[in-house]
Design a protein around this ligand. Structure first.
Ligand code: GLN
Length: 500
């Protein structure tokens, strides 16, 4: 095994720091140097905070030297998606409209990361306002997939996934509204988890679709993700939709799964996912089926379940998400934050707002605002937004019923491997299809993880494990059990990136 710091998992780094094998300053410096060496090629980061990260690392080292108690991930560095606000550190959501904005406060999950004393390496690139599946819609340029730099790293959280895949960070934070943690995880060979909606605070997340947005961990394996999950989760009175219940025991579940025993576990495969699989590439299906065989060998029982409303998940999402986005994005008016255009004394206030929004938003964001405004407009709201909410209830009922007979539901995470740049930007529907399998769990509110299971045409494929609401632990157990069947983590087989 490699003894390079950047090749260690977060769990190994955390143990190494606590046991004095290396200091947090050494660990943090190794990742910062890696960023310096290769991020000119990958472009995963929008902002790097060398000084801040090293200051936290030095504090942790001092505490450990003084024999003070430290948190599980103390001293292990982390990257944060730029849609999460960080006090004193630029936060743009990859939009021109927020260029130069320095938030005066921290998101709850950032507060928790600081409490855990994890050095923050910087902010990662993404599709503007988290709208997209390829990171091509960032206003600050695209991030490259470390496996093949001619291909997309997924989206919207392509920066966080690429940072972990290229070993510029051992852990990262993503946000998942329709798949933006799991889909980038799948296409970069990293582990991504969308927790149960409401179990991780949205306070300080720049809102896209408030009834769907969920922050969560990006890592190299299930245990690392679970450790981060526990560090950031839990009730937050500042989020009105937060669930006030104990955090599911995800770390214990990941450790239990690593023993490779799934006897007695019932895994559902959704009939309608399979019937709709003509959207999926044969290589993806083959890698997924090989993974299912492994799970069966570990003792899992496969049971077919039915979610008749699955066919409507994508259109339902693309009415609800843009509707909520059109309302959430109304606040960017040139008065409160960031960019202000046309403020030359020759334009009215309304013209300043309109010029600011014209100059500040990119094409995908504008498309969603128009779509959402239309779906919410008088005379259409019942036909579109109202109808979509009703279908969402049906989808929720389908999944609740399915979870009466199975412990978890499995599927490929994405229908296709990472595609080439430019391949889908011309046709929004083709881009939206990337989230065909991930959107249902956002709509019913339950957890979903993506674990790397193999390659198709040399590119990573992910297996998605979905659980019932607040059943996050089973998703980690199944994913960790799959990992136990592999000699090496797929994440450790990514090609070496050369710096510029
Ligand atoms: N790709 C989906 C969209 O564009 C999901 C994005 C997300 O999860 N943030 O809406």
């Amino acid at each position: 095994m490699s003894d390079r710091i950047i090749d260690q998992t977060a769990a190994e780094l955390s143990a190494g720091i606590r046991e004095g094998r290396y200091t947090s300053v050494e660990v943090t410096t190794a990742f910062l140097d890696r960023i310096d060496a290769i991020d000119g090629t990958v472009k995963a980061f929008l902002h790097v905070d060398r000084e801040g990260a090293l200051a936290t690392a030095a504090e942790v080292d001092a505490d450990i030297a003084a024999g003070k108690e430290t948190f599980a991930l103390a001293g292990v560095p982390i990257a944060i998606k730029d849609v999460v606000v960080t006090k004193g550190m630029p936060t743009t959501a990859a939009s021109k409209i927020l260029e130069g904005w320095i938030p005066p406060y921290d998101a709850t999950i950032v507060e928790r990361i600081k409490t855990a004393r994890m050095p923050i390496l910087g902010k990662t690139n993404m599709d503007e306002f988290a709208m997209g599946s390829s990171t091509e819609y960032s206003a600050y340029g695209k991030t490259l997939n470390p496996w093949d730099t001619g291909r997309i790293p997924g989206g919207s959280g392509g920066g966080s996934a690429a940072a972990v895949a290229a070993k510029m960070a051992p852990l990262a934070i993503g946000t998942d509204t329709g798949g933006s943690i799991r889909q980038p995880g799948a296409v970069t060979g990293t582990f991504g988890a969308k927790p149960t909606y409401g179990s991780n605070s949205r306070y300080g997340l720049i809102a896209f679709s408030s009834s769907l947005d969920t922050p969560g961990p990006v890592a190299r394996n299930a245990l690392d993700a679970a450790l981060l999950h526990e560090a950031i989760s839990g009730h937050d009175p500042r989020d009105s939709t937060a669930i006030d219940a104990p955090v599911p025991p995800v770390v214990a579940a990941a450790r239990a799964g690593a023993t490779g025993d799934l006897s007695g576990v019932k895994l559902g495969v959704v009939k309608e996912f399979k019937e709709g699989s003509d959207a999926a590439e044969p290589g993806v299906i083959a890698a997924y089926e090989a993974a299912v065989e492994q799970l069966v060998k570990l003792g899992a029982e496969i049971v077919e379940v039915s979610c008749p409303s699955f066919a409507y998940a994508l259109p339902t999402y693309y009415l609800i998400a843009p509707s909520e986005a059109s309302s959430n994005l109304a606040r960017y008016d040139g008065v409160r934050y960031g960019l202000r255009a046309g403020d030359d004394g020759k334009h009215s206030l309304e013209e300043v707002m309109s010029l600011t929004r014209e100059a500040g938003f990119g094409p995908e964001v504008k498309r969603r605002i128009i779509l959402g405004t239309y779906a919410l407009s008088a005379g259409y709201v019942d036909a579109f937004y109202g109808k979509a909410q009703k279908v969402r209830t049906l989808i929720k009922q389908d999944f609740e019923q399915a979870f009466e007979s199975v412990d978890a539901i499995i599927s490929p995470t994405t229908p296709f491997v990472a595609f080439k740049f430019g391949e889908r930007t011309g046709d929004p529907y083709q881009m939206y299809l990337a989230d065909l399998y991930t959107i249902p769990s956002n709509l019913y509110g339950g957890p979903g993880v993506s674990v790397p299971v193999g390659l198709s045409e040399g590119m990573p494929v992910g297996l998605q494990v979905m659980g019932p609401v607040m059943g996050d632990d089973i998703t980690y157990r199944v994913a960790a059990a799959f990992e136990s069947t592999q000699d090496t983590l797929l994440a450790d087989t990514a090609p070496e990136i050369e710096g510029k």
